[in-house]
Write a protein that binds this ligand. Structure first.
Ligand code: IMP
Ligand code: MG
Length: 371
Protein backbone atom coordinates (compact mmCIF):
# COMPACT_ATOMS: atom_id res chain seq x y z
CA UNK A 1 0.00 0.00 0.00
CA UNK A 2 1.33 3.38 -0.88
CA UNK A 3 0.59 6.79 -2.31
CA UNK A 4 2.23 7.72 -5.58
CA UNK A 5 2.38 10.94 -7.57
CA UNK A 6 1.69 11.05 -11.31
CA UNK A 7 2.04 14.45 -12.96
CA UNK A 8 0.30 16.81 -10.52
CA UNK A 9 -1.96 14.27 -8.82
CA UNK A 10 -1.74 11.71 -6.04
CA UNK A 11 -3.04 8.16 -6.19
CA UNK A 12 -3.29 5.54 -3.48
CA UNK A 13 -3.20 1.74 -3.66
CA UNK A 14 -6.68 0.52 -4.35
CA UNK A 15 -6.94 -2.89 -6.04
CA UNK A 16 -4.03 -5.32 -5.81
CA UNK A 17 -2.74 -7.46 -8.67
CA UNK A 18 -3.98 -10.51 -6.76
CA UNK A 19 -7.52 -9.12 -6.66
CA UNK A 20 -7.28 -8.33 -10.36
CA UNK A 21 -6.20 -11.90 -11.10
CA UNK A 22 -9.14 -13.23 -9.07
CA UNK A 23 -11.60 -11.07 -10.99
CA UNK A 24 -10.04 -12.05 -14.33
CA UNK A 25 -10.22 -15.72 -13.43
CA UNK A 26 -13.92 -15.52 -12.71
CA UNK A 27 -14.56 -13.57 -15.93
CA UNK A 28 -12.68 -16.22 -17.92
CA UNK A 29 -14.77 -18.95 -16.31
CA UNK A 30 -18.05 -17.30 -17.28
CA UNK A 31 -16.97 -16.48 -20.81
CA UNK A 32 -15.64 -19.99 -21.32
CA UNK A 33 -18.91 -21.52 -20.10
CA UNK A 34 -20.78 -19.50 -22.75
CA UNK A 35 -18.29 -19.74 -25.62
CA UNK A 36 -16.54 -23.08 -25.36
CA UNK A 37 -18.39 -24.51 -28.36
CA UNK A 38 -17.53 -21.58 -30.61
CA UNK A 39 -14.19 -20.19 -31.59
CA UNK A 40 -14.72 -16.72 -30.19
CA UNK A 41 -12.77 -13.71 -31.42
CA UNK A 42 -11.60 -11.67 -28.47
CA UNK A 43 -11.24 -8.05 -29.42
CA UNK A 44 -9.35 -5.79 -27.06
CA UNK A 45 -10.03 -2.05 -27.12
CA UNK A 46 -6.60 -0.40 -27.00
CA UNK A 47 -4.67 1.10 -25.33
CA UNK A 48 -5.85 0.42 -21.80
CA UNK A 49 -6.84 -3.21 -22.29
CA UNK A 50 -3.43 -4.64 -23.14
CA UNK A 51 -2.64 -6.04 -19.70
CA UNK A 52 -6.13 -7.33 -19.12
CA UNK A 53 -6.29 -9.06 -22.52
CA UNK A 54 -2.87 -10.65 -21.98
CA UNK A 55 -3.90 -12.02 -18.59
CA UNK A 56 -7.37 -13.00 -19.76
CA UNK A 57 -6.29 -15.03 -22.79
CA UNK A 58 -3.49 -16.73 -20.87
CA UNK A 59 -6.14 -18.18 -18.60
CA UNK A 60 -8.58 -19.00 -21.40
CA UNK A 61 -7.87 -22.57 -22.45
CA UNK A 62 -10.41 -22.94 -25.27
CA UNK A 63 -9.78 -22.30 -28.97
CA UNK A 64 -9.95 -18.59 -29.70
CA UNK A 65 -8.67 -15.74 -31.87
CA UNK A 66 -7.31 -12.48 -30.53
CA UNK A 67 -7.40 -9.07 -32.11
CA UNK A 68 -7.16 -5.42 -31.14
CA UNK A 69 -8.85 -2.22 -32.19
CA UNK A 70 -8.21 1.31 -31.16
CA UNK A 71 -10.44 4.19 -30.12
CA UNK A 72 -10.10 6.68 -27.28
CA UNK A 73 -12.41 9.03 -25.43
CA UNK A 74 -10.35 10.29 -22.55
CA UNK A 75 -8.18 13.30 -21.88
CA UNK A 76 -7.13 13.98 -18.30
CA UNK A 77 -9.40 12.73 -15.55
CA UNK A 78 -12.81 13.55 -17.00
CA UNK A 79 -14.41 11.98 -20.02
CA UNK A 80 -14.17 14.39 -22.93
CA UNK A 81 -17.11 12.61 -24.51
CA UNK A 82 -15.42 12.80 -27.90
CA UNK A 83 -14.97 9.38 -29.44
CA UNK A 84 -12.34 8.96 -32.12
CA UNK A 85 -12.27 6.75 -35.16
CA UNK A 86 -11.97 2.98 -34.88
CA UNK A 87 -8.74 1.52 -36.26
CA UNK A 88 -7.90 -2.08 -37.00
CA UNK A 89 -10.85 -4.46 -37.50
CA UNK A 90 -9.59 -6.41 -40.47
CA UNK A 91 -11.07 -9.85 -39.95
CA UNK A 92 -14.19 -11.09 -41.66
CA UNK A 93 -16.50 -11.19 -38.68
CA UNK A 94 -19.63 -12.46 -40.41
CA UNK A 95 -21.27 -15.26 -38.45
CA UNK A 96 -18.69 -15.10 -35.68
CA UNK A 97 -19.00 -14.74 -31.93
CA UNK A 98 -17.11 -11.63 -30.87
CA UNK A 99 -16.26 -10.91 -27.26
CA UNK A 100 -15.11 -7.34 -26.64
CA UNK A 101 -12.55 -7.12 -23.83
CA UNK A 102 -12.62 -3.70 -22.16
CA UNK A 103 -10.42 -2.53 -19.33
CA UNK A 104 -13.01 -0.11 -17.99
CA UNK A 105 -16.51 1.11 -18.81
CA UNK A 106 -17.25 4.54 -17.41
CA UNK A 107 -19.98 6.67 -19.06
CA UNK A 108 -20.58 4.01 -21.69
CA UNK A 109 -19.83 6.37 -24.59
CA UNK A 110 -17.16 4.04 -25.88
CA UNK A 111 -19.43 1.05 -25.46
CA UNK A 112 -22.16 2.75 -27.45
CA UNK A 113 -19.68 3.43 -30.22
CA UNK A 114 -18.64 -0.22 -30.18
CA UNK A 115 -22.23 -1.40 -30.45
CA UNK A 116 -22.88 0.86 -33.41
CA UNK A 117 -19.65 -0.10 -35.19
CA UNK A 118 -20.37 -3.81 -34.92
CA UNK A 119 -24.07 -3.45 -35.76
CA UNK A 120 -23.65 -3.98 -39.48
CA UNK A 121 -20.95 -6.67 -39.28
CA UNK A 122 -23.46 -9.53 -39.35
CA UNK A 123 -22.00 -11.17 -36.25
CA UNK A 124 -23.50 -14.29 -34.78
CA UNK A 125 -23.21 -12.66 -31.40
CA UNK A 126 -21.56 -9.67 -29.74
CA UNK A 127 -20.65 -9.96 -26.09
CA UNK A 128 -19.06 -7.39 -23.83
CA UNK A 129 -16.67 -8.19 -20.97
CA UNK A 130 -15.16 -5.44 -18.86
CA UNK A 131 -12.70 -5.70 -16.01
CA UNK A 132 -13.85 -2.50 -14.29
CA UNK A 133 -17.25 -0.85 -14.33
CA UNK A 134 -18.45 2.41 -12.78
CA UNK A 135 -22.20 1.90 -12.25
CA UNK A 136 -22.76 5.40 -10.86
CA UNK A 137 -21.68 7.10 -14.08
CA UNK A 138 -22.96 4.61 -16.64
CA UNK A 139 -25.80 6.37 -18.42
CA UNK A 140 -26.71 3.99 -21.24
CA UNK A 141 -29.36 1.39 -21.82
CA UNK A 142 -26.76 -1.00 -23.14
CA UNK A 143 -26.07 -4.55 -22.16
CA UNK A 144 -22.79 -5.54 -20.50
CA UNK A 145 -22.49 -9.32 -20.40
CA UNK A 146 -19.59 -9.78 -18.01
CA UNK A 147 -18.37 -7.43 -15.30
CA UNK A 148 -15.20 -7.99 -13.26
CA UNK A 149 -15.15 -5.39 -10.49
CA UNK A 150 -17.63 -2.57 -9.85
CA UNK A 151 -15.98 0.60 -8.61
CA UNK A 152 -17.21 4.02 -7.48
CA UNK A 153 -16.93 7.12 -9.66
CA UNK A 154 -13.30 7.89 -8.89
CA UNK A 155 -10.48 8.04 -11.38
CA UNK A 156 -8.17 5.02 -11.31
CA UNK A 157 -4.81 4.32 -12.88
CA UNK A 158 -2.51 1.31 -13.38
CA UNK A 159 -2.81 -2.14 -14.94
CA UNK A 160 -3.02 -0.62 -18.40
CA UNK A 161 -5.00 2.49 -17.46
CA UNK A 162 -3.28 5.84 -17.69
CA UNK A 163 -3.50 9.33 -16.34
CA UNK A 164 -2.47 11.65 -19.17
CA UNK A 165 -0.18 9.08 -20.70
CA UNK A 166 1.55 7.65 -17.64
CA UNK A 167 0.86 4.95 -15.05
CA UNK A 168 -0.09 2.14 -17.45
CA UNK A 169 2.86 0.00 -16.31
CA UNK A 170 1.80 -0.16 -12.66
CA UNK A 171 0.90 -3.72 -11.67
CA UNK A 172 -1.78 -2.66 -9.17
CA UNK A 173 -4.68 -0.26 -9.51
CA UNK A 174 -4.36 3.12 -7.77
CA UNK A 175 -7.20 5.54 -7.03
CA UNK A 176 -7.13 9.33 -7.12
CA UNK A 177 -6.66 10.77 -3.64
CA UNK A 178 -6.13 14.16 -1.98
CA UNK A 179 -2.65 15.65 -1.80
CA UNK A 180 -0.91 14.45 1.36
CA UNK A 181 -0.42 17.20 3.93
CA UNK A 182 2.86 15.87 5.33
CA UNK A 183 6.33 15.21 4.01
CA UNK A 184 7.82 12.15 5.64
CA UNK A 185 11.26 10.69 5.29
CA UNK A 186 13.11 7.64 6.48
CA UNK A 187 16.64 8.71 7.40
CA UNK A 188 19.47 6.23 7.14
CA UNK A 189 23.14 6.31 7.77
CA UNK A 190 25.78 3.91 9.04
CA UNK A 191 27.02 4.30 12.62
CA UNK A 192 29.20 7.37 12.81
CA UNK A 193 27.77 9.05 9.70
CA UNK A 194 26.33 11.98 11.65
CA UNK A 195 22.70 11.03 11.27
CA UNK A 196 21.67 12.36 14.70
CA UNK A 197 23.15 15.79 13.98
CA UNK A 198 21.49 15.99 10.57
CA UNK A 199 18.12 14.82 11.90
CA UNK A 200 18.12 17.63 14.47
CA UNK A 201 19.02 20.25 11.86
CA UNK A 202 16.36 19.04 9.40
CA UNK A 203 13.74 18.84 12.11
CA UNK A 204 14.26 22.47 13.04
CA UNK A 205 14.51 23.70 9.47
CA UNK A 206 11.28 22.08 8.27
CA UNK A 207 9.18 21.77 11.43
CA UNK A 208 9.33 17.99 11.39
CA UNK A 209 8.98 15.58 14.26
CA UNK A 210 11.97 13.29 14.72
CA UNK A 211 10.94 9.79 15.70
CA UNK A 212 13.88 7.71 16.79
CA UNK A 213 12.82 4.16 17.57
CA UNK A 214 15.43 3.93 20.32
CA UNK A 215 14.01 7.00 22.07
CA UNK A 216 10.43 5.81 21.62
CA UNK A 217 11.32 2.47 23.19
CA UNK A 218 13.11 4.04 26.11
CA UNK A 219 10.26 6.47 26.70
CA UNK A 220 7.59 3.75 26.67
CA UNK A 221 9.57 1.48 28.95
CA UNK A 222 10.45 4.26 31.38
CA UNK A 223 6.85 5.43 31.59
CA UNK A 224 5.55 1.89 31.82
CA UNK A 225 3.03 2.29 29.00
CA UNK A 226 1.10 -0.81 28.04
CA UNK A 227 3.24 -1.27 24.93
CA UNK A 228 6.40 -0.45 26.85
CA UNK A 229 5.73 -3.18 29.39
CA UNK A 230 4.98 -5.63 26.62
CA UNK A 231 8.19 -4.73 24.80
CA UNK A 232 10.20 -5.04 28.01
CA UNK A 233 8.92 -8.56 28.53
CA UNK A 234 10.45 -9.61 25.22
CA UNK A 235 13.67 -7.72 25.81
CA UNK A 236 14.11 -9.16 29.31
CA UNK A 237 13.71 -12.62 27.86
CA UNK A 238 16.47 -11.82 25.38
CA UNK A 239 14.03 -11.78 22.45
CA UNK A 240 13.44 -9.30 19.67
CA UNK A 241 10.39 -7.11 20.13
CA UNK A 242 7.83 -8.24 17.52
CA UNK A 243 7.07 -5.88 14.64
CA UNK A 244 3.49 -5.21 15.63
CA UNK A 245 4.49 -3.85 19.04
CA UNK A 246 7.13 -1.60 17.50
CA UNK A 247 4.80 -0.33 14.81
CA UNK A 248 2.04 0.30 17.35
CA UNK A 249 4.40 2.42 19.44
CA UNK A 250 5.29 4.43 16.35
CA UNK A 251 1.65 4.82 15.37
CA UNK A 252 0.91 6.23 18.82
CA UNK A 253 3.80 8.65 18.37
CA UNK A 254 2.49 9.74 14.95
CA UNK A 255 -1.04 10.22 16.31
CA UNK A 256 0.34 12.37 19.15
CA UNK A 257 1.91 14.69 16.59
CA UNK A 258 -0.90 14.80 14.05
CA UNK A 259 -0.30 18.49 13.28
CA UNK A 260 3.36 18.06 12.28
CA UNK A 261 4.62 19.04 8.84
CA UNK A 262 6.02 15.56 8.65
CA UNK A 263 8.18 12.96 10.33
CA UNK A 264 11.78 11.87 10.21
CA UNK A 265 11.77 8.15 10.89
CA UNK A 266 15.09 7.13 12.36
CA UNK A 267 15.93 3.52 13.20
CA UNK A 268 12.71 2.36 11.62
CA UNK A 269 11.76 0.55 9.44
CA UNK A 270 14.47 -2.09 9.67
CA UNK A 271 12.81 -4.86 7.71
CA UNK A 272 10.72 -5.03 4.57
CA UNK A 273 7.67 -6.10 6.56
CA UNK A 274 8.07 -3.05 8.82
CA UNK A 275 8.37 -0.83 5.75
CA UNK A 276 5.16 -2.33 4.38
CA UNK A 277 3.37 -1.85 7.71
CA UNK A 278 4.48 1.77 7.80
CA UNK A 279 3.26 2.33 4.21
CA UNK A 280 -0.06 0.76 5.03
CA UNK A 281 -0.53 2.87 8.14
CA UNK A 282 0.38 6.11 6.37
CA UNK A 283 -1.70 5.31 3.29
CA UNK A 284 -4.78 4.86 5.48
CA UNK A 285 -4.15 8.35 6.79
CA UNK A 286 -3.76 9.68 3.23
CA UNK A 287 -0.05 10.22 3.83
CA UNK A 288 3.10 8.59 2.48
CA UNK A 289 6.83 8.18 2.88
CA UNK A 290 8.22 10.69 0.38
CA UNK A 291 11.67 9.19 0.43
CA UNK A 292 14.34 7.20 2.15
CA UNK A 293 17.41 9.41 2.41
CA UNK A 294 20.65 7.64 3.19
CA UNK A 295 23.94 9.25 4.14
CA UNK A 296 26.61 7.41 2.20
CA UNK A 297 30.07 7.27 3.71
CA UNK A 298 32.85 4.88 2.76
CA UNK A 299 33.70 2.16 5.22
CA UNK A 300 37.35 3.14 5.63
CA UNK A 301 36.50 6.73 6.35
CA UNK A 302 33.94 5.73 8.93
CA UNK A 303 36.37 3.40 10.64
CA UNK A 304 38.86 6.26 10.90
CA UNK A 305 36.20 8.62 12.27
CA UNK A 306 34.95 6.19 14.88
CA UNK A 307 38.45 5.20 15.99
CA UNK A 308 39.17 8.90 16.40
CA UNK A 309 35.99 9.33 18.42
CA UNK A 310 36.92 6.26 20.52
CA UNK A 311 40.10 7.94 21.69
CA UNK A 312 38.09 10.54 23.59
CA UNK A 313 34.67 8.91 24.11
CA UNK A 314 36.03 5.90 25.94
CA UNK A 315 33.42 3.64 24.27
CA UNK A 316 35.20 0.31 24.00
CA UNK A 317 33.21 -0.66 20.90
CA UNK A 318 34.61 2.48 19.24
CA UNK A 319 38.19 1.34 19.80
CA UNK A 320 38.19 -2.03 18.09
CA UNK A 321 38.48 -1.84 14.30
CA UNK A 322 37.05 -5.30 13.61
CA UNK A 323 34.01 -4.54 15.76
CA UNK A 324 33.45 -1.29 13.89
CA UNK A 325 33.70 -3.06 10.53
CA UNK A 326 31.26 -5.62 11.82
CA UNK A 327 28.71 -2.93 12.68
CA UNK A 328 29.19 -1.42 9.25
CA UNK A 329 28.59 -4.74 7.49
CA UNK A 330 25.53 -5.38 9.59
CA UNK A 331 24.20 -1.97 8.62
CA UNK A 332 24.83 -2.62 4.93
CA UNK A 333 23.15 -6.02 4.96
CA UNK A 334 20.11 -4.68 6.76
CA UNK A 335 19.68 -1.55 4.69
CA UNK A 336 20.15 -3.33 1.37
CA UNK A 337 16.64 -4.78 1.65
CA UNK A 338 15.13 -1.39 2.46
CA UNK A 339 17.14 0.34 -0.21
CA UNK A 340 15.57 -2.06 -2.74
CA UNK A 341 12.13 -1.61 -1.23
CA UNK A 342 12.17 2.17 -1.56
CA UNK A 343 14.11 2.12 -4.81
CA UNK A 344 11.31 0.05 -6.35
CA UNK A 345 9.00 2.97 -5.59
CA UNK A 346 11.57 5.45 -6.92
CA UNK A 347 11.97 6.72 -3.37
CA UNK A 348 15.59 5.98 -2.53
CA UNK A 349 17.98 8.92 -2.34
CA UNK A 350 21.59 8.32 -1.42
CA UNK A 351 23.58 11.44 -0.61
CA UNK A 352 27.26 11.98 -0.04
CA UNK A 353 27.74 11.96 3.74
CA UNK A 354 31.37 13.16 3.62
CA UNK A 355 32.17 16.82 4.24
CA UNK A 356 31.29 19.71 6.53
CA UNK A 357 28.04 19.44 8.52
CA UNK A 358 26.58 22.45 6.68
CA UNK A 359 27.35 20.99 3.27
CA UNK A 360 25.70 17.71 4.16
CA UNK A 361 22.61 19.55 5.46
CA UNK A 362 22.47 21.39 2.14
CA UNK A 363 22.57 18.11 0.22
CA UNK A 364 19.84 16.69 2.43
CA UNK A 365 17.72 19.83 2.00
CA UNK A 366 18.07 19.68 -1.78
CA UNK A 367 16.60 16.19 -1.77
CA UNK A 368 13.95 17.07 0.81
CA UNK A 369 12.79 20.09 -1.20
CA UNK A 370 12.23 18.12 -4.36
CA UNK A 371 10.47 15.04 -2.94
P1 IMP B 1 -16.41 5.70 -21.32
O1 IMP B 1 -16.52 5.90 -22.79
O2 IMP B 1 -16.80 6.93 -20.54
O3 IMP B 1 -17.10 4.45 -20.82
O4 IMP B 1 -14.88 5.57 -20.97
C1 IMP B 1 -14.11 4.63 -21.54
C2 IMP B 1 -12.65 4.99 -21.59
O5 IMP B 1 -12.31 6.06 -20.73
C3 IMP B 1 -11.84 3.84 -21.11
O6 IMP B 1 -11.55 2.95 -22.14
C4 IMP B 1 -10.62 4.49 -20.55
O7 IMP B 1 -9.69 4.71 -21.56
C5 IMP B 1 -11.11 5.81 -20.06
N1 IMP B 1 -11.40 5.81 -18.59
C6 IMP B 1 -12.59 5.80 -17.99
N2 IMP B 1 -12.47 5.83 -16.66
C7 IMP B 1 -11.16 5.83 -16.40
C8 IMP B 1 -10.38 5.82 -15.19
O8 IMP B 1 -10.86 5.83 -14.04
N3 IMP B 1 -9.03 5.81 -15.33
C9 IMP B 1 -8.42 5.80 -16.56
N4 IMP B 1 -9.10 5.80 -17.69
C10 IMP B 1 -10.47 5.82 -17.63
MG1 MG C 1 -10.53 1.63 -22.97
Amino acid sequence: MSIIKLHDKYFKSYISKEQIQEATKSLVKKVYADCKDERPIFIGILNGCFMFVADFVRQYNGECEISFVKLASYQGTTSSGKIKQLVGVNEDLEGRTVVILEDIIDTGNTLQEIYSIFEDKKLKELKIATLFFKPDVFKKELNIDYIGIEIPDKFIVGYGLDYDGIGRNLADIYQLTAKPTMKNIVLFGPPGAGKGTQATLLKDKYGLVHISTGDVFRYNIKNKTELGLLAKKYMDGGNLVPDDITINMLKAEVELNAGANGFIFDGFPRTESQAKALDEFLTEKGEAINGMIALEVSEDLLVQRILERGKTSGRTDDQDESKIRNRFNEYNTKTAVLKDYYDNQNKYFGIDGVGAIDDITKRLSNVFDKI
